[in-house]
Write a protein that binds this ligand. Structure first.
Ligand SMILES: C[S@@+](CC[C@H](N)C(=O)[O-])C[C@H]1O[C@@H](n2cnc3c(N)ncnc32)[C@H](O)[C@@H]1O
Length: 388
Protein backbone atom coordinates (compact mmCIF):
# COMPACT_ATOMS: atom_id res chain seq x y z
CA UNK A 1 0.00 0.00 0.00
CA UNK A 2 1.52 3.38 -0.95
CA UNK A 3 1.66 6.07 1.73
CA UNK A 4 -0.88 8.13 -0.10
CA UNK A 5 -3.30 5.24 -0.26
CA UNK A 6 -2.96 4.85 3.52
CA UNK A 7 -3.57 8.58 3.98
CA UNK A 8 -6.57 8.45 1.65
CA UNK A 9 -8.05 5.40 3.43
CA UNK A 10 -7.62 7.12 6.80
CA UNK A 11 -9.27 10.32 5.53
CA UNK A 12 -12.33 8.64 3.95
CA UNK A 13 -14.58 8.47 7.04
CA UNK A 14 -14.31 12.27 7.45
CA UNK A 15 -13.54 13.23 3.88
CA UNK A 16 -14.59 16.55 2.37
CA UNK A 17 -12.73 16.02 -0.89
CA UNK A 18 -9.58 14.65 -2.49
CA UNK A 19 -8.31 16.43 -5.58
CA UNK A 20 -5.79 14.86 -7.97
CA UNK A 21 -4.33 17.54 -10.27
CA UNK A 22 -1.35 18.22 -12.52
CA UNK A 23 -1.54 14.93 -14.45
CA UNK A 24 1.56 13.04 -15.61
CA UNK A 25 1.60 11.46 -19.07
CA UNK A 26 0.18 8.23 -17.71
CA UNK A 27 -2.94 9.91 -16.32
CA UNK A 28 -6.26 9.21 -18.01
CA UNK A 29 -7.95 12.40 -16.85
CA UNK A 30 -6.91 16.05 -16.60
CA UNK A 31 -8.15 16.19 -13.02
CA UNK A 32 -10.05 13.96 -10.61
CA UNK A 33 -11.99 14.91 -7.51
CA UNK A 34 -13.45 12.54 -4.92
CA UNK A 35 -16.30 13.61 -2.66
CA UNK A 36 -18.59 11.78 -0.26
CA UNK A 37 -22.05 11.06 -1.62
CA UNK A 38 -25.29 9.94 0.02
CA UNK A 39 -27.30 7.72 -2.28
CA UNK A 40 -30.38 5.84 -1.13
CA UNK A 41 -29.04 6.05 2.41
CA UNK A 42 -25.73 4.46 1.39
CA UNK A 43 -22.53 6.31 2.13
CA UNK A 44 -20.60 6.25 -1.13
CA UNK A 45 -17.94 8.30 -2.82
CA UNK A 46 -18.23 10.07 -6.11
CA UNK A 47 -15.26 10.40 -8.40
CA UNK A 48 -15.59 13.27 -10.83
CA UNK A 49 -13.02 12.97 -13.60
CA UNK A 50 -12.46 15.67 -16.22
CA UNK A 51 -11.33 14.79 -19.75
CA UNK A 52 -11.57 17.04 -22.83
CA UNK A 53 -13.49 19.54 -20.73
CA UNK A 54 -16.18 16.96 -19.98
CA UNK A 55 -16.99 15.65 -16.53
CA UNK A 56 -17.48 11.92 -15.93
CA UNK A 57 -18.93 10.65 -12.68
CA UNK A 58 -18.42 7.29 -10.95
CA UNK A 59 -20.12 6.32 -7.70
CA UNK A 60 -18.09 3.85 -5.67
CA UNK A 61 -18.04 2.26 -2.26
CA UNK A 62 -14.97 2.60 -0.07
CA UNK A 63 -13.10 -0.47 -1.30
CA UNK A 64 -14.00 0.27 -4.94
CA UNK A 65 -12.69 3.78 -4.56
CA UNK A 66 -9.43 2.70 -2.95
CA UNK A 67 -8.85 0.06 -5.65
CA UNK A 68 -9.54 2.58 -8.40
CA UNK A 69 -7.35 5.21 -6.76
CA UNK A 70 -4.52 2.68 -6.50
CA UNK A 71 -4.82 1.64 -10.16
CA UNK A 72 -5.48 4.91 -11.92
CA UNK A 73 -4.80 7.93 -9.68
CA UNK A 74 -2.01 7.45 -7.17
CA UNK A 75 1.38 8.05 -8.80
CA UNK A 76 -0.17 9.64 -11.90
CA UNK A 77 -0.89 13.11 -10.56
CA UNK A 78 1.84 15.44 -9.40
CA UNK A 79 -0.31 17.11 -6.82
CA UNK A 80 -2.94 15.72 -4.48
CA UNK A 81 -4.98 17.69 -1.97
CA UNK A 82 -6.75 15.76 0.79
CA UNK A 83 -9.30 17.67 2.85
CA UNK A 84 -11.17 16.18 5.79
CA UNK A 85 -12.53 17.37 9.13
CA UNK A 86 -9.00 17.88 10.41
CA UNK A 87 -7.96 20.24 7.62
CA UNK A 88 -6.17 20.06 4.28
CA UNK A 89 -2.97 18.17 3.41
CA UNK A 90 -1.07 18.56 0.19
CA UNK A 91 1.06 15.80 -1.40
CA UNK A 92 3.60 16.26 -4.19
CA UNK A 93 4.77 13.39 -6.42
CA UNK A 94 8.47 12.47 -6.18
CA UNK A 95 10.51 11.04 -9.05
CA UNK A 96 10.45 7.58 -7.48
CA UNK A 97 6.65 7.57 -7.58
CA UNK A 98 6.11 8.15 -3.85
CA UNK A 99 4.55 11.30 -2.42
CA UNK A 100 6.03 13.96 -0.17
CA UNK A 101 3.70 15.79 2.19
CA UNK A 102 4.32 19.40 1.23
CA UNK A 103 5.41 22.04 3.77
CA UNK A 104 2.22 24.05 3.45
CA UNK A 105 0.12 21.21 4.84
CA UNK A 106 -2.54 21.08 7.48
CA UNK A 107 -4.49 24.20 6.51
CA UNK A 108 -7.24 24.25 9.14
CA UNK A 109 -10.77 24.49 7.82
CA UNK A 110 -12.96 27.37 8.88
CA UNK A 111 -14.55 26.29 12.16
CA UNK A 112 -12.34 23.19 11.83
CA UNK A 113 -12.09 20.13 14.00
CA UNK A 114 -14.49 17.24 13.93
CA UNK A 115 -17.99 18.42 13.09
CA UNK A 116 -21.30 16.68 13.44
CA UNK A 117 -22.26 14.77 10.31
CA UNK A 118 -25.31 16.98 9.88
CA UNK A 119 -23.21 20.15 9.98
CA UNK A 120 -20.77 18.66 7.51
CA UNK A 121 -23.60 17.97 5.10
CA UNK A 122 -24.83 21.55 5.43
CA UNK A 123 -21.39 23.01 4.93
CA UNK A 124 -20.90 20.98 1.81
CA UNK A 125 -23.93 22.33 -0.02
CA UNK A 126 -22.10 25.20 -1.66
CA UNK A 127 -18.81 25.52 0.15
CA UNK A 128 -16.25 28.05 -0.90
CA UNK A 129 -13.15 26.14 -1.97
CA UNK A 130 -15.13 23.26 -3.42
CA UNK A 131 -14.69 22.63 -7.08
CA UNK A 132 -18.30 22.81 -8.21
CA UNK A 133 -18.24 22.78 -11.99
CA UNK A 134 -19.84 25.81 -13.63
CA UNK A 135 -19.46 28.14 -10.65
CA UNK A 136 -16.11 29.31 -12.03
CA UNK A 137 -17.49 29.56 -15.59
CA UNK A 138 -20.41 31.60 -14.27
CA UNK A 139 -18.07 33.98 -12.48
CA UNK A 140 -19.31 33.20 -8.94
CA UNK A 141 -16.04 31.53 -7.89
CA UNK A 142 -12.55 32.64 -8.88
CA UNK A 143 -10.18 30.13 -10.52
CA UNK A 144 -8.84 29.29 -7.07
CA UNK A 145 -12.39 28.72 -5.81
CA UNK A 146 -12.99 31.81 -3.73
CA UNK A 147 -16.23 33.75 -3.97
CA UNK A 148 -15.97 36.69 -6.36
CA UNK A 149 -16.68 39.72 -4.15
CA UNK A 150 -19.18 41.28 -6.53
CA UNK A 151 -21.12 38.01 -6.62
CA UNK A 152 -21.38 37.51 -2.88
CA UNK A 153 -25.10 38.35 -2.67
CA UNK A 154 -25.87 36.00 -5.54
CA UNK A 155 -23.79 33.29 -3.87
CA UNK A 156 -25.77 33.69 -0.63
CA UNK A 157 -29.04 33.49 -2.55
CA UNK A 158 -28.25 30.30 -4.41
CA UNK A 159 -26.77 28.67 -1.32
CA UNK A 160 -29.92 29.47 0.65
CA UNK A 161 -32.14 28.26 -2.21
CA UNK A 162 -30.17 25.03 -2.35
CA UNK A 163 -30.47 24.49 1.40
CA UNK A 164 -34.25 24.85 1.19
CA UNK A 165 -34.35 22.41 -1.70
CA UNK A 166 -32.14 20.01 0.25
CA UNK A 167 -34.48 20.23 3.25
CA UNK A 168 -37.36 19.13 1.03
CA UNK A 169 -35.49 16.46 -0.94
CA UNK A 170 -33.09 15.03 1.66
CA UNK A 171 -35.40 12.10 2.34
CA UNK A 172 -36.68 11.68 -1.24
CA UNK A 173 -35.33 8.53 -2.93
CA UNK A 174 -33.41 9.46 -6.08
CA UNK A 175 -35.37 8.63 -9.24
CA UNK A 176 -36.60 10.41 -12.37
CA UNK A 177 -37.23 14.12 -11.78
CA UNK A 178 -38.17 16.92 -14.16
CA UNK A 179 -37.36 20.46 -13.09
CA UNK A 180 -38.33 23.68 -14.88
CA UNK A 181 -36.74 27.06 -14.12
CA UNK A 182 -38.73 30.04 -15.39
CA UNK A 183 -36.72 33.22 -16.08
CA UNK A 184 -33.42 31.42 -15.47
CA UNK A 185 -31.25 34.34 -16.68
CA UNK A 186 -27.56 33.58 -16.23
CA UNK A 187 -28.67 30.37 -14.55
CA UNK A 188 -26.47 30.25 -11.48
CA UNK A 189 -29.30 28.52 -9.65
CA UNK A 190 -30.15 26.20 -12.55
CA UNK A 191 -26.62 24.82 -12.78
CA UNK A 192 -26.31 24.35 -9.05
CA UNK A 193 -29.63 22.55 -8.86
CA UNK A 194 -28.68 20.29 -11.75
CA UNK A 195 -25.40 19.52 -10.02
CA UNK A 196 -27.19 18.87 -6.72
CA UNK A 197 -29.79 16.51 -8.16
CA UNK A 198 -27.80 14.74 -10.89
CA UNK A 199 -24.33 14.61 -9.45
CA UNK A 200 -24.65 14.82 -5.67
CA UNK A 201 -27.89 12.93 -5.20
CA UNK A 202 -28.01 10.63 -8.22
CA UNK A 203 -31.46 11.65 -9.50
CA UNK A 204 -32.21 10.96 -13.16
CA UNK A 205 -32.96 14.63 -13.63
CA UNK A 206 -34.15 16.42 -16.73
CA UNK A 207 -33.97 20.17 -16.38
CA UNK A 208 -34.97 23.07 -18.60
CA UNK A 209 -34.31 26.76 -18.05
CA UNK A 210 -36.46 29.26 -19.94
CA UNK A 211 -35.51 32.85 -20.60
CA UNK A 212 -36.29 35.65 -23.01
CA UNK A 213 -32.66 36.42 -23.79
CA UNK A 214 -31.05 34.45 -26.63
CA UNK A 215 -27.47 35.39 -25.69
CA UNK A 216 -27.69 34.09 -22.12
CA UNK A 217 -29.49 30.96 -23.30
CA UNK A 218 -26.73 30.27 -25.83
CA UNK A 219 -24.02 30.74 -23.22
CA UNK A 220 -25.76 28.50 -20.69
CA UNK A 221 -26.15 25.73 -23.29
CA UNK A 222 -22.43 26.02 -24.05
CA UNK A 223 -21.54 25.60 -20.35
CA UNK A 224 -23.92 22.64 -20.00
CA UNK A 225 -22.21 21.06 -23.05
CA UNK A 226 -18.80 21.67 -21.54
CA UNK A 227 -19.64 19.57 -18.49
CA UNK A 228 -21.51 16.88 -20.41
CA UNK A 229 -24.80 17.80 -18.72
CA UNK A 230 -26.89 16.21 -21.44
CA UNK A 231 -30.20 16.51 -19.65
CA UNK A 232 -29.83 20.18 -18.83
CA UNK A 233 -30.91 22.55 -21.56
CA UNK A 234 -31.90 26.15 -21.95
CA UNK A 235 -34.55 27.47 -24.29
CA UNK A 236 -35.47 30.94 -25.47
CA UNK A 237 -39.12 31.47 -24.56
CA UNK A 238 -41.56 34.06 -23.34
CA UNK A 239 -43.21 32.09 -20.54
CA UNK A 240 -46.32 34.25 -20.74
CA UNK A 241 -47.22 33.07 -24.24
CA UNK A 242 -44.86 30.55 -25.83
CA UNK A 243 -45.35 26.83 -26.02
CA UNK A 244 -43.36 25.18 -23.22
CA UNK A 245 -42.82 21.68 -21.84
CA UNK A 246 -45.87 19.64 -22.76
CA UNK A 247 -45.92 17.00 -20.02
CA UNK A 248 -46.47 17.02 -16.28
CA UNK A 249 -43.33 17.79 -14.30
CA UNK A 250 -42.13 17.59 -10.70
CA UNK A 251 -40.48 20.78 -9.53
CA UNK A 252 -40.88 24.42 -10.51
CA UNK A 253 -38.23 26.92 -9.50
CA UNK A 254 -38.21 30.65 -10.13
CA UNK A 255 -35.69 33.09 -8.74
CA UNK A 256 -36.63 36.71 -9.34
CA UNK A 257 -38.58 36.04 -12.52
CA UNK A 258 -39.84 39.54 -13.29
CA UNK A 259 -43.30 40.69 -12.20
CA UNK A 260 -46.03 38.53 -13.77
CA UNK A 261 -43.54 35.97 -15.20
CA UNK A 262 -43.85 34.42 -11.71
CA UNK A 263 -47.63 34.15 -12.18
CA UNK A 264 -47.27 32.41 -15.54
CA UNK A 265 -44.76 30.04 -13.94
CA UNK A 266 -47.12 29.21 -11.04
CA UNK A 267 -50.02 28.78 -13.45
CA UNK A 268 -47.93 26.41 -15.59
CA UNK A 269 -46.97 24.40 -12.50
CA UNK A 270 -50.64 24.11 -11.49
CA UNK A 271 -51.74 23.01 -14.95
CA UNK A 272 -48.93 20.44 -15.12
CA UNK A 273 -49.40 19.07 -11.60
CA UNK A 274 -45.94 19.95 -10.30
CA UNK A 275 -45.59 18.48 -6.82
CA UNK A 276 -43.00 21.01 -5.61
CA UNK A 277 -42.88 24.77 -6.14
CA UNK A 278 -40.03 26.97 -4.94
CA UNK A 279 -40.59 30.51 -6.14
CA UNK A 280 -38.89 33.76 -5.14
CA UNK A 281 -40.90 36.55 -6.80
CA UNK A 282 -39.64 39.98 -7.69
CA UNK A 283 -40.88 43.40 -8.75
CA UNK A 284 -44.58 42.80 -8.07
CA UNK A 285 -45.77 45.85 -10.06
CA UNK A 286 -49.11 44.66 -11.32
CA UNK A 287 -51.35 45.36 -8.32
CA UNK A 288 -49.49 48.58 -7.49
CA UNK A 289 -50.28 49.86 -10.98
CA UNK A 290 -53.99 49.05 -10.84
CA UNK A 291 -55.17 49.26 -7.20
CA UNK A 292 -57.40 52.17 -6.18
CA UNK A 293 -59.23 53.21 -3.04
CA UNK A 294 -62.18 51.01 -2.14
CA UNK A 295 -62.63 50.51 1.61
CA UNK A 296 -60.92 49.55 4.86
CA UNK A 297 -57.50 49.14 3.31
CA UNK A 298 -57.35 52.71 1.96
CA UNK A 299 -55.04 53.64 4.82
CA UNK A 300 -52.34 51.56 3.14
CA UNK A 301 -52.70 53.34 -0.18
CA UNK A 302 -52.13 56.95 0.85
CA UNK A 303 -48.33 56.92 0.65
CA UNK A 304 -46.35 55.65 -2.34
CA UNK A 305 -43.99 53.47 -0.36
CA UNK A 306 -46.79 51.88 1.68
CA UNK A 307 -48.85 51.31 -1.45
CA UNK A 308 -45.93 49.67 -3.19
CA UNK A 309 -45.10 47.37 -0.28
CA UNK A 310 -48.75 46.52 0.48
CA UNK A 311 -49.30 45.71 -3.19
CA UNK A 312 -46.29 43.40 -3.25
CA UNK A 313 -47.49 41.61 -0.10
CA UNK A 314 -51.03 41.37 -1.45
CA UNK A 315 -49.67 39.87 -4.69
CA UNK A 316 -47.87 37.11 -2.84
CA UNK A 317 -50.78 36.58 -0.44
CA UNK A 318 -53.03 35.96 -3.45
CA UNK A 319 -50.50 33.61 -5.03
CA UNK A 320 -50.30 31.64 -1.77
CA UNK A 321 -54.11 31.55 -1.51
CA UNK A 322 -54.49 30.18 -5.04
CA UNK A 323 -51.90 27.48 -4.37
CA UNK A 324 -53.60 26.55 -1.09
CA UNK A 325 -56.96 26.26 -2.80
CA UNK A 326 -55.34 23.99 -5.38
CA UNK A 327 -54.27 21.60 -2.60
CA UNK A 328 -50.75 22.78 -1.83
CA UNK A 329 -49.28 23.17 1.61
CA UNK A 330 -47.73 26.63 1.37
CA UNK A 331 -45.06 28.38 3.43
CA UNK A 332 -43.96 31.94 2.91
CA UNK A 333 -40.35 32.17 4.08
CA UNK A 334 -37.83 34.92 4.45
CA UNK A 335 -35.54 33.84 1.66
CA UNK A 336 -32.57 36.03 2.44
CA UNK A 337 -32.26 38.83 4.96
CA UNK A 338 -33.47 42.22 3.84
CA UNK A 339 -29.99 43.76 3.94
CA UNK A 340 -28.87 41.44 1.12
CA UNK A 341 -31.93 41.70 -1.08
CA UNK A 342 -35.29 43.42 -0.69
CA UNK A 343 -36.73 40.64 -2.90
CA UNK A 344 -36.59 38.33 0.03
CA UNK A 345 -39.71 36.24 0.19
CA UNK A 346 -39.98 32.65 -0.99
CA UNK A 347 -43.20 30.83 -1.79
CA UNK A 348 -42.61 27.17 -1.00
CA UNK A 349 -45.47 24.85 -1.88
CA UNK A 350 -45.87 21.10 -1.86
CA UNK A 351 -48.93 19.39 -3.29
CA UNK A 352 -50.55 17.38 -0.50
CA UNK A 353 -54.33 17.64 -0.76
CA UNK A 354 -57.13 17.70 -3.31
CA UNK A 355 -58.22 21.19 -4.47
CA UNK A 356 -60.75 22.79 -2.12
CA UNK A 357 -61.51 26.34 -3.28
CA UNK A 358 -62.13 28.54 -0.22
CA UNK A 359 -59.79 31.51 -0.60
CA UNK A 360 -59.90 32.33 -4.31
CA UNK A 361 -63.43 33.80 -4.01
CA UNK A 362 -62.22 36.08 -1.20
CA UNK A 363 -59.33 37.25 -3.38
CA UNK A 364 -61.75 37.91 -6.24
CA UNK A 365 -63.97 39.97 -3.97
CA UNK A 366 -60.98 42.03 -2.88
CA UNK A 367 -59.84 42.54 -6.48
CA UNK A 368 -63.34 43.72 -7.44
CA UNK A 369 -63.57 46.11 -4.53
CA UNK A 370 -60.14 47.68 -4.99
CA UNK A 371 -60.12 47.46 -8.77
CA UNK A 372 -56.82 45.64 -9.18
CA UNK A 373 -55.79 42.87 -11.53
CA UNK A 374 -53.63 39.95 -10.49
CA UNK A 375 -52.52 37.59 -13.23
CA UNK A 376 -52.56 34.27 -11.35
CA UNK A 377 -56.01 35.05 -9.99
CA UNK A 378 -57.23 35.55 -13.55
CA UNK A 379 -55.43 32.53 -15.00
CA UNK A 380 -56.69 30.14 -12.33
CA UNK A 381 -60.31 30.77 -13.37
CA UNK A 382 -59.71 28.02 -15.96
CA UNK A 383 -59.21 25.29 -13.32
CA UNK A 384 -60.37 26.85 -10.05
CA UNK A 385 -62.07 24.24 -7.82
CA UNK A 386 -65.79 24.31 -6.98
CA UNK A 387 -66.64 26.24 -3.88
CA UNK A 388 -68.50 23.35 -2.33
C1 LIG B 1 -33.83 39.23 -12.43
S1 LIG B 1 -33.49 38.04 -13.64
C2 LIG B 1 -33.23 36.61 -12.66
C3 LIG B 1 -32.42 35.56 -13.35
C4 LIG B 1 -32.07 34.33 -12.53
N1 LIG B 1 -33.25 33.55 -12.19
C5 LIG B 1 -31.29 34.70 -11.32
O1 LIG B 1 -31.86 34.75 -10.23
O2 LIG B 1 -30.10 34.98 -11.44
C6 LIG B 1 -35.06 37.78 -14.37
C7 LIG B 1 -35.01 36.97 -15.64
O3 LIG B 1 -36.35 36.66 -16.04
C8 LIG B 1 -36.39 36.73 -17.45
N2 LIG B 1 -37.79 36.93 -17.85
C9 LIG B 1 -38.60 37.97 -17.54
N3 LIG B 1 -39.82 37.84 -18.11
C10 LIG B 1 -39.78 36.67 -18.78
C11 LIG B 1 -40.72 35.98 -19.59
N4 LIG B 1 -41.94 36.47 -19.81
N5 LIG B 1 -40.34 34.80 -20.15
C12 LIG B 1 -39.09 34.31 -19.94
N6 LIG B 1 -38.16 34.92 -19.19
C13 LIG B 1 -38.49 36.08 -18.61
C14 LIG B 1 -35.48 37.87 -17.80
O4 LIG B 1 -35.03 37.81 -19.13
C15 LIG B 1 -34.37 37.73 -16.78
O5 LIG B 1 -33.28 36.98 -17.29
Amino acid sequence: MSDLKTELAAALPRLHKAVFSQPTEGAEYAKATVRPLRLKDRALFQLEAIRDNKAFHFNLDESGLLALADETLIGRYRQVLLTDDGGARQFVLRRDGSYRKSGASAVPLPGGGPAAAHDREKRRLLAEGENIPALVDLGVFTEDLHIVKAKYDKYRQIDRFLRLIDDAFASVEPGPLTVLDFGCGKSYLTFILYYYFAVRRGFDVEMIGYDLKPDVVERCNAIAGKYGYEKLRFLVADVSKDRLYDKDFDLLVTLHACDTATDYALDFALRHHAKYIFSVPCCQHEINASIRRGGDLDLLLGHGILKERSSALLTDAIRAAVLEDMGYEVDLLEFIDFAHSPKNLMIRAVKKNPPRGKKIPLCRALAGRYGFTQTLLELCAAYEPDRG
